[in-house]
Each structure stands twice: as structure tokens, then as C-alpha cells.
Design a protein around this ligand. Structure first.
Ligand code: SF4
Length: 384
């Protein structure tokens, strides 16, 4: 490497100070002109309804605004206020949530609605401390509700805000190590007035201008105060510790179809992954799954003659947060009125859409039922 090239490298690596410090008023002025229109947001100048803020924040965890939109509208139409949601059966809530993924959120949503009614007379508490006592409400959601619905001077730090702060200050420590520093800096920037708008403005800036790839720095109200922009390497922030991939798990799923148009299903245990959701019987999902003995895990019917299980070509793949899964699917036809084995039940194919089927199971059913091209079930478009 030549001396000139080395000098250029050093110049690039050396942090370049931004011209000024970021001013909340600049961001708020930008927000007043460019705020996103989102169904859960209150019109400018009005205080948001805590129920709507909470519902949207729970749905938005790990899920995009686009995916949440129709679910939010459906929930609100069905349960326009918290007392109605608290009075609904959990099954119905899970069914309405089906397809949105991360199902523990739906169970906590329901438990939280009940807790707000029982402990707080149907009104969300305003303090972050009290909010955090409620099921499914962690530090981020408590801060979001407190700031957006009650204008408390606090800053919920989501992925968008993390990115904006990491770039503004060109933070070198990687996430998640830098989380505490990010929160401290975000809090220090938060103005005493319009804290809720400020939090939403940061979220909007991250979602529309300070995007993960190719941030539109020229349009950013903070570009003169941004250290990463001054250095010219905004896209490299936030730094991240490389993720370790979860080990692949494998298993078999069994789709038994009765001649009179029913599918055998069961309900998963209430606790744990996909808790309380509907599934077709499966083997364990294991790292050392042995396909040669998979059929032994098939449901056992009372009839003398066991059904003939046929392997459907191909695999169903699904990625959970901590691991990837591959399922081999087996299908069998059984006579009409065959009795369901213990802990399973028959559901009419025409009624499957009303079941709390996670997207993994929609894929399994689509794979099996499409294979003989007689019945069709829409594969899920969501995450689990
Ligand atoms: S100047 Fe660019 S990198 Fe910095 S905050 Fe604005 S959009 Fe993000």
C-alpha cells in the first residue's frame, strides 16, 4: 500500500466532528411537515388513545407497519375498546391474531386487557412503572405508551431510533453492547414538551430517511449535526456483533384427511412456542431427526388397519427467531367418521380458515392438500 493510500485509509477511519449538535426543534419542525399517516396515530395536536397506542405497539413488535395494518383494523372493529377485548374468549383473540406471528403477544394482549380492567378500572396507567407491571409490557412498550399517549418525557428506543442515534453520534461499540449508551443519548435529546411527537418523529426519520440501506441524508433535518454523515460512512452504523445462526431442526408433520372432508388437528400446549395454536400432529422438532423412523410418530387410530401414510415430495421450511425448521409432510386418507385419537380433533376443511393456525401449519396444510389438487388452503403470508 502506498503512503498516499494509507493516509486516505486513516482519514476515513478518523471520526469527523459534526458542525453542530442535533436540535429537537429541527426534527419536530420536519415531523410537522412529513409525519407518516398511520391508523393508530392521533391527528396533529391531539393526544392519542392509550388503547390504540398499546394495541399498535404490541402488534408492531418484530412486525412491519404494512403487515400490522389489516390486523389492527380488524381488532379495532371487533373490540373497539379495552373492556370488549378483555371480555372476549382467548380462543377468539388467537384466531383473529392467526397469521401475525409471535403468538405469545396475543396471549399477553388478552391477559393485559383483563389486568387493565381488573386493576385499573379499564384505564391504562400513565406511569412507566405501572405500565411495566402489566402482562406483555416491557421497557420499550411502557415508554412508548407513556410518551405517545401521555406525553411523558421519555423516549422509547426501537430499531429505528437505535439506528438514528448510532449514526448521529457515530457510536463505535456494536449493538447490543451500545444499547445503554443509545438510550442515554436518546433520553438526553428528548425535549420536555412534545416528547410523544419527538419519539414518533425519530421513528419516522428512521423509517423514511435514515433507512438501513442508502439513507437519504441530503433530506435529513439533522444532517449538519450527524457524525456518521460527516464521516461519509453512515450505512456502517449501527455496528453489530455477528449473529450466531440457530441450528437447523427437523421433524415430520402428519396430515390425516377423512373421506367426509375433515382434517385431524390438535391444540399446542398453552405455554411455549406457538402456545395454544392449532397444528396437525407432528413429531418432535429435533437437531438429530431421523427420517427413516418418522412414520412411527404418526397418530394412531382405533381402527384395526392403520392408514397408509405417503410422503409428500419436498419439504416445508420455516424460520423462527432462534432456529430454522424443516418438516417432512406425510398424508393419509381415512374413512368417514373415523374417531380422532386422544388429544386430537377433526376440523372440516371448509372451517380451517377459522382456526388459530400459525403460518407454519398453513404451509404444511397447503403442501399436503395441494399435492392432490382437490382442496386448497392459502399459505400464510406472515411470520411465526
Ligand atoms: S444525516 Fe443521514 S445518517 Fe445522519 S441521521 Fe440523518 S439520515 Fe441518518
Amino acid at each position: 500500500m502506498t503512503v498516499a493510500a494509507k493516509t486516505t485509509e486513516r482519514q476515513r477511519a478518523k471520526p469527523t466532528a459534526a458542525a453542530s449538535s442535533p436540535q429537537p426543534t429541527d426534527l419536530l419542525a420536519w415531523y410537522d411537515r412529513h409525519r407518516r399517516k398511520l391508523p393508530w396515530r392521533a391527528p396533529p395536536g391531539q393526544r392519542a388513545d392509550p388503547y390504540r397506542v398499546w394495541l399498535s405497539e404490541i402488534m408492531l413488535q418484530q412486525t412491519t407497519v404494512k403487515a400490522v395494518g389489516p390486523y389492527y383494523a380488524r381488532f379495532l372493529a371487533r373490540w373497539p375498546e379495552i373492556r370488549a377485548l378483555a371480555a372476549a374468549p382467548l380462543d377468539e383473540v388467537l384466531r383473529t391474531w392467526a397469521g401475525l406471528g409471535y403468538y405469545a403477544r396475543a396471549r399477553n394482549l388478552h391477559a393485559c386487557a383483563r389486568a387493565v380492567v381488573e386493576r385499573h378500572g379499564g384505564k391504562f396507567p400513565a406511569s412507566e412503572t405501572d405500565l411495566r407491571e402489566l402482562p406483555g409490557i416491557g421497557a420499550y412498550t411502557a415508554a412508548a405508551i407513556a410518551a405517545i399517549a401521555f406525553d411523558a418525557s421519555t423516549t422509547p428506543v426501537d430499531g429505528n431510533i437505535e439506528r438514528v442515534i448510532a449514526r448521529l453520534y457515530a457510536l463505535d461499540p456494536p449493538l447490543p453492547v451500545a444499547k445503554t449508551e443509545v438510550s442515554r443519548l436518546a433520553q438526553a435529546l428528548t425535549p420536555p414538551r412534545r416528547a410523544g411527537d419527538f419519539a414518533q418523529a425519530m421513528m419516522d426519520l428512521g423509517a423514511t430517511i435514515c433507512t438501513p440501506k442508502r439513507p437519504a441524508c441530503a433530506l435529513c433535518p439533522w444532517n449538519e449535526s450527524c457524525a456518521a454523515y460527516a464521516r461519509g460512512d453512515a450505512e456502517t452504523f449501527p455496528r453489530r456483533v455477528p449473529k450466531r445462526e440457530g441450528q437447523l431442526r427437523r421433524g415430520a408433520a402428519f396430515v390425516a384427511r377423512r373421506a367426509d372432508g375433515f382434517i385431524l388437528v390438535r391444540t399446542r400446549p398453552a405455554k411455549g412456542l406457538l402456545g395454544g395454536m392449532t397444528e396437525v400432529p407432528t413429531t418432535e422438532w429435533a437437531k438429530d431427526f431421523d427420517e427413516s423412523v418418522a412414520r412411527k410418530g404418526a397418530p394412531r387410530f382405533a381402527a384395526k388397519k392403520s392408514p397408509k401414510w405417503r410422503r409428500i415430495a419436498g419439504l416445508v421450511r420455516h424460520v423462527f427467531t432462534h432456529f430454522a425448521l424443516e418438516l417432512t409432510v406425510y398424508a393419509a386418507n381415512v374413512p368417514a367418521r373415523t374417531t380422532a385419537p386422544e388429544d386430537t380433533r377433526w376440523v372440516a376443511i371448509s372451517e380451517l380458515a377459522g382456526e388459530a393456525l400459525p403460518s407454519l401449519m398453513r404451509k404444511v396444510l397447503a403442501h399436503a392438500l395441494h399435492s392432490d389438487r382437490k382442496h386448497k388452503v392459502q399459505p400464510g403470508k406472515d411470520r411465526s
